[in-house]
Design a protein around this ligand. Structure first.
Ligand code: NAP
Ligand code: FE
Length: 363
């Protein structure tokens, strides 16, 4: 059995401002990595800039990260951050994941960057500090990094493992999430927990974090239909997303993530919503004892009632997709080729089953 989590989490009001000495130890120059506007809007960017100035740390800002970032963004960020000693990713999974890729290229150079991030030879990274602002990916505590491969038409996980050295978590950065981002990221955390719990690599440690996440979701699940959420509930979801991140750090994710990747690529369906689009059909092809435990812990009396909940939640923020039979054949090919995700599923899955899941969930 193995349990590995090397990130130190510091959580609390004003935690970034209190991190001057912590950051000073990482070097004299930082690269800040963010998306276009949210890091500014939620106050995290100003707090990071202020603490770096106070600590006398020089910095550059790369604020070009798009949602579901193309691989090239790691290259662009590394060019911008040349000479940095460490990288600070602020935002949702997209900037935090990109920060990890950039940290490898800053250490080892940008030539052959695709090979360095995805090839078989291992490369380590400069230290990464993660400041999360969405309640879903858990990227602040996972070693993973997901990019969009525009040639393959899907999303791909970086081959290198980069745990952030610090996760600096302040609840106020999450309060600016619009309902669509909040709900989609909570669905991402929930799917991490379920896919980690029902996983060939699951062990007593990962199950502890996975079931706690599912329990917290079950406690607050009706509140996802409200425009604004009590701060105490949001706090539970923020913590749950880190718990689920710790769980998948041990096991990886499984089929709902693999089902969702090409749909996000083609139709832009947000990552978390893409995962749970397949949750009902996925649970039907899982070991019954495990899916029963998920349902019980989340407070659903059947797979069908979980399915109804998901449909209602998705309809709150997303249009129904018009997917073709041809799309489904393409998605099925991609999933059948995704050996890493298939290996994490405890039962054998046939091509016919994969195709049927896609048809039942999307047509
Ligand atoms: P995201 O793609 O990082 O951000 C989605 C949107 O939310 C962006 O428009 C962003 O704006 C906005 N946003 C972020 N924080 C906000 C805030 N506090 N207030 C208002 N708006 C905010 O979303 P995500 O779902 O967190 O990350 C998804 C990515 O993570 C995917 O690529 C997924 O595959 C990956 N992922 C990674 C892991 C992992 O372990 N590393 C696990 C699961 C998923 P800006 O663009 O302005 O920032
Ligand atoms: Fe995810």
């Amino acid at each position: 059995m193995r349990y590995c989590m090397t990130t130190t989490i510091y959580e609390g009001d004003g935690i970034v401002s209190q991190s001057e000495n912590r950051l000073k130890r990482l070097g004299g120059k930082a690269l800040i990595v963010t998306g276009k506007t949210s890091a500014q809007k939620c106050g995290a960017l100003d707090d990071v800039v202020a603490v770096l100035k106070k600590a006398g740390i020089d910095y550059q800002i790369f604020d070009d990260v798009k949602a579901n970032p193309p691989i090239k963004q790691a290259y662009d960020g590394a060019i911008k951050g040349a000479g940095s000693d460490f990288v600070i990713g602020i935002g949702g999974g997209s900037p935090m994941d990109t920060a990890k890729g950039i940290a490898i290229l800053l250490k080892h150079g940008v030539d052959d960057y695709v090979e360095k991030l995805f090839g078989s030879k291992d490369y380590d990274a400069l230290p990464v500090v993660a400041v999360p602002t969405t309640s879903g990916t858990g990227s602040e505590v996972t070693p993973y990094s997901v990019f969009t491969d525009e040639e393959k038409g899907t999303k791909v996980s970086m081959a290198r493992r980069v745990f952030p050295i610090y996760a600096l978590v302040d609840i106020k950065y999450f309060t600016t999430m619009p309902l669509a981002v909040r709900n989609s990221t909570i669905m991402d955390a929930l799917s991490h927990a379920i896919e980690s719990y029902i996983n060939t690599k699951a062990n007593d440690y990962s199950e502890l974090f996975a079931l706690k996440t599912i329990e917290l979701f079950g406690r607050h699940k009706d509140e996802l239909f409200e425009q604004t959420m009590e701060l105490t509930s949001l706090q539970d979801f923020v913590r749950a997303s880190s718990f689920a991140g710790i769980a998948i750090s041990q096991t990886g994710t499984s089929l709902p993530h693999a089902f969702g990747y090409p749909v996000t690529f083609q139709y832009g369906l947000p990552h978390g919503m893409a995962n749970v689009t397949f949750m009902e059909e996925y649970l039907k092809i899982c070991p019954k004892q495990k899916s029963d435990m998920v349902l019980k812990t989340a407070g659903f009396d059947s797979i069908a009632s979980l399915g109804q909940y998901m449909k209602k939640l998705i309809a709150l923020t997303n249009e129904k997709l018009t997917v073709t039979n041809e799309d489904i054949q393409k998605y099925t090919d991609l999933l059948v080729a995704n050996k890493a995700k298939l290996q994490n599923h405890p039962l054998e899955v046939t091509r016919e089953q994969v195709e049927q899941v896609y048809k039942n969930a999307l047509l």
